[in-house]
Design a protein around this ligand. Structure first.
Ligand code: HEC
Length: 113
């Protein structure tokens, strides 16, 4: 193998490595302000993004009962620590209003009542 081929391989690997390394960084730059405004937004954001980005959440549309089941699921399947009761209510209210069924994560224009 010539040195030139080695250099080319190294450059491709470096560029690939850089772009792979950068994708998780983008998720970390999320902030509550990226989500529709509403009571409980901070609680939901910080309570839910300890393990994954909010994108996985905002692409869902569910009623309050199913959001409740989802939080339970996070606790049972993924060891999410039990939020305190008041925070849990705030999170649920927020999720049910901001990401209701069939809304598909679009911002809710009626949220800022
Ligand atoms: C302790 C870690 C943890 C916390 C906190 C957490 N999740 Fe998850 N969640 C996971 C894991 C692990 C997955 C599945 C792996 C993946 O796809 O990233 C997941 C997946 C999901 C999914 C995709 C569907 C599914 O069931 O796999 C949704 C929706 C979801 N979480 C919602 C939430 C909401 C809402 C909160 C906040 C109330 C939350 N999560 C908090 C760990 C967590």
């Amino acid at each position: 193998m010539t040195a030139r081929i080695l250099v080319a391989v190294w450059i491709v690997a470096a560029v690939l490595g850089l772009s792979l390394a950068q994708s998780p960084a983008r998720a970390e730059e999320e902030s509550p302000e990226d989500l529709p405004a509403g009571k409980g937004r901070d609680e939901a954001f910080y309570g839910c993004t300890a393990c994954h980005g909010f994108a996985i959440i905002r692409q869902q549309g569910m009623n309050r009962e199913r959001w409740d089941a989802t939080i339970q699921d996070m606790q049972v399947r993924h060891n999410m620590p039990e939020p305190d009761a008041a925070d849990r209510e705030l999170m649920l209210d927020y999720l049910a209003i901001a990401f209701p069924p069939r809304q598909r994560g679009r911002p809710n224009p009626f949220l800022n009542r």
